[in-house]
Structures are given as C-alpha cells and as structure tokens.
Design a protein. Structure first.
Ligand SMILES: C[S@@+](CC[C@H](N)C(=O)[O-])C[C@H]1O[C@@H](n2cnc3c(N)ncnc32)[C@H](O)[C@@H]1O
Length: 192
C-alpha cells in the first residue's frame, strides 16, 4: 500500500459511521434497522450537493436500462443504492476503506437491497474483476485521491467492455496541476 492510500484509509476510515447514522436516523424518526434508501440520502452521499448532484450525474452519464455498473470508490454506497433502486442497474461497488465497505453493506442490507449490489474492499488501481466486465464505471469524488492516474486509466480500460464508459466527477484545489494530471489520465484511457 502506498503512503497516500494509507492516508486515505485513515482519513475516511477512523470514524464509527454506522452509530452516527443510526443516531441521526432516530432523531429524524426513522427506525435505523429498516430505513428506506431514501432516508439515507442526507448521510450517505459523500460529496457536495448530495443526492441532487448524484441525480444530475446519473442523468448526464447516458446510462441505459440493464447496464452493469461499477461504482468506483463507493464510500457508504449512496450512489450504488441510488443506481440500483432508482434506475434498476446491476451494481458492483468497491472502496479502499474497509470501514466504509462494511458500513455500505450494512446499510444496503437494512434497506433490503443486498441482493442488488455487491460491495468489495479493493483498490481502484487493482480491480478484482475480469477484463471487459462493465458497461459503465461511475465515480463520484474519488479520483482526486488517486495519484497513479495512468494505472487507474489502464485498469478502467481493462474492466470496461468495448464502448463502455467511464464517468467521473471530482474535486480540485490547484486547478492547473490537477488539469495536467487529469489530461495524462484521460489520454491514457484513450490510448487503451
Ligand atoms: C469523498 S468519498 C466519495 C464516496 C462516494 N463516491 C460518494 O460520492 O458518496 C471518496 C472515497 O474514495 C475512496 N477511495 C480513495 N482512493 C481510493 C482507491 N485508490 N480505490 C478505491 N477507493 C478509493 C475513499 O475510501 C472514499 O470512500
């Protein structure tokens, strides 16, 4: 594991998330053991503008019925549940942070969606999937955490089916450096 990956896991993984979500659900009058996936929206969308932004990305991404989708860096599984429950896609989800994967599984089971989404702990640059598996790779607020953009591009090109699509939204602070790295990543994807 690289130093950055260890930092990412520590940063996202050192909080007891389920307990906090349970408390917030109870305060909102929802039984934490059997929430609807919609009850989780205030807590499970780990990016700015929450479910509104997730919905926008789903509309723009050109997903079609029956597609097989990978949620890359799924966090608490908020996008995965949205894509499975609201759009009907088959979803696999991976995340580097074990705590998040465990919480994503628990929340998904409580919503009755466990049959529809498979969560695994994995690194985006070493995906545990066969070549040409997915129609679409979805990523929200993740790639800014990954330094090895060429490795990521190679892995995405490997697991996507021919004509499959990768769709990402990401954050950046130092726009010029970021854009340079991102261009390298995009050109690597295009070369594959
Ligand atoms: C800001 S959160 C976004 C989570 C989710 N996509 C969402 O929008 O709710 C970033 C996530 O990226 C994951 N992540 C960072 N680097 C990763 C990597 N190399 N492989 C897989 N997941 C990674 C983190 O563990 C964290 O869950």
């Amino acid at each position: 594991m690289t130093q950055l990956e260890a930092i990412v896991q520590r940063y996202y993984g050192d909080r007891p998330v389920i307990q906090r979500i349970d408390d917030a659900l109870r305060a909102a009058g929802v039984d934490p053991q059997s929430p609807s996936y919609r009850d989780l929206w205030p807590f499970d969308q780990l990016h700015s503008r929450g479910i509104v932004a997730t919905r926008e990305q789903a509309q723009r991404a050109g997903l079609q019925a029956g597609m097989y989708v990978l949620d890359l860096g799924c966090g608490l599984g908020g996008s995965s549940r949205y894509l499975a429950a609201e759009c009907g896609y088959r979803v696999e989800a991976i995340d580097l942070t074990p705590n998040f994967v465990e919480a994503a599984r628990t929340l998904t089971a409580r919503c009755g969606l466990a049959e529809r989404i498979e969560f695994r702990q994995a690194n985006a640059i070493a995906l545990p999937f066969l070549d040409r598996t997915f129609d679409h790779v979805w990523s929200y607020a993740v790639t800014m955490n990954i330094a090895d953009k060429e490795g990521l591009g190679r892995e995405l090109a490997r697991v996507l089916k021919p004509r499959g699509r990768f769709w990402k939204t990401t954050s950046c602070v130092r726009a010029r450096i970021f854009q340079r790295r991102d261009r390298r990543f995009e050109s690597c994807l295009l070369r594959q």
